[in-house]
Design a protein around this ligand. Structure first.
Ligand code: UDP
Ligand code: MG
Length: 327
């Protein structure tokens, strides 16, 4: 067994997950003991407002295999996951949700595939328990739509729960983009990929921070990061509208020649104007989405900022005491 680094890194982004962490640790512990591999649990505290950090530090005191990365504020799940993967030391890494929606019991299956020589092992959801019909339907539609639009095939119904080998982690860390749609990036890097299947469980405790507005923005992020079809769509739509306008003009000319022209242009004028105005605004909006992203990327700000990292057991204990003193 390698001495200085673990074989498996489990990476967990945590945002207000105080109620789930001890259950997560217990289940991970049970599963990892079974596999006989050396491991670490990299937990990223993504600006939690509850006492997630204290729970993480307590776990860390109990078990030095728990690594805690505290971000300077809430950067969002994609950034938190990036932070965790950047700091993972293992020969492979497995991102997990803290709410136990991704069952740790699937990990041995992922590891088996890895040992067979695969670099990426996707965990595909067969069902999503405890999620509303509308969320399941919108997720279903999202995966199909983005695959239709994007040149990078993004596996259907696959979240961030998957196994990534060290070469994949190296490749991911080389991707320079600031705005990280992880599912797309995981797919973009390629490598030998295989899927295993599981049933997604409901959240253990707490509530999801993803409302429909956030999910919509996430979908727009995914589409604009991995497809230029919307830009082309704007151009095609413009072309079709112009063509229709041209045909309509021809019709008007013929009508005028044949029947003369009693003044009655108002409705057609309004319809044409509003329609064209709408199409133009839409096209501008789409261009704006991409432009905004170019602007974001051009600022070259870091994806996340780390407040502190807990490596050693003593260090974690000290900080826990300090925090206790202050409270
Ligand atoms: N999460 C995070 N930062 C955020 C929001 C969520 O790190 O700003 C974490 C959260 O703690 C959980 C995972 O991302 O471990 C998935 O979040 P959630 O369960 O809310 O999403 P859902 O499962 O509903 O898609
Ligand atoms: Mg969840």
């Amino acid at each position: 067994m390698a001495a200085d680094h673990p074989e498996v890194s489990l990476v967990v982004p945590c945002h207000n997950e105080a109620g789930n962490l001890s259950a997560l640790y217990e289940r991970v512990l049970a599963v990892m003991e079974q596999t006989g591999k050396s491991w670490e649990l990299v937990c990223v505290n993504d600006g939690s407002k509850d006492d997630t950090l204290d729970h993480l530090l307590a776990l860390r005191c109990k078990d030095p295999r728990v690594v805690v990365i505290d971000l300077s504020r809430n950067f969002g799940k994609e950034a938190a996951l990036t932070a965790g993967l950047d700091h993972a030391q293992g020969d492979c890494a497995i991102p997990l949700d803290a709410d136990l929606q991704d069952p740790p019991e699937l990990i041995p299956e992922l590891l088996t595939k890895w040992q067979e020589g695969y670099d990426v092992v996707n965990a595909v959801r067969l069902s999503r328990k405890g999620e509303s019909w509308s969320k399941r339907a919108s997720a279903h539609a999202f995966y199909r739509f983005i695959n239709w639009m994007s040149d990078t095939p993004i596996p259907n119904d696959t979240g961030d729960f998957r196994l990534l080998s060290r070469p994949v982690l190296e490749a991911l860390s080389k991707l320079p983009e600031r705005r990280r749609f992880m599912k797309g990036l995981f797919a973009w890097v390629g490598f030998r990929t295989v899927s295993v299947y599981y049933h997604r469980e409901p959240r253990l405790s707490g509530t999801t921070t993803w409302n429909y507005w956030k999910l919509w923005n996430f979908a727009v992020e995914g589409i604009t990061s991995f497809s230029q079809v919307p830009l082309q769509l704007a151009a095609y739509l413009g072309f079709i509208v112009s063509l229709l306008a041209f045909l309509y003009a021809a019709y008007l000319i013929v009508e005028t020649i044949v029947y003369g022209n009693p003044v009655k242009g108002y409705p057609s004028l309004m319809v044409t104007m509003l329609f064209l105005g709408g199409v133009q605004l839409m096209a501008l909006g789409i261009i704006g989405e991409y432009l905004g992203r170019i602007y974001e990327e051009s600022k070259r700000r870091p994806v996340y900022l780390v407040r502190s990292i807990w490596h050693s057991r003593e260090h974690a204990k000290k900080l826990l005491l300090n925090r206790g003193d202050k409270m």
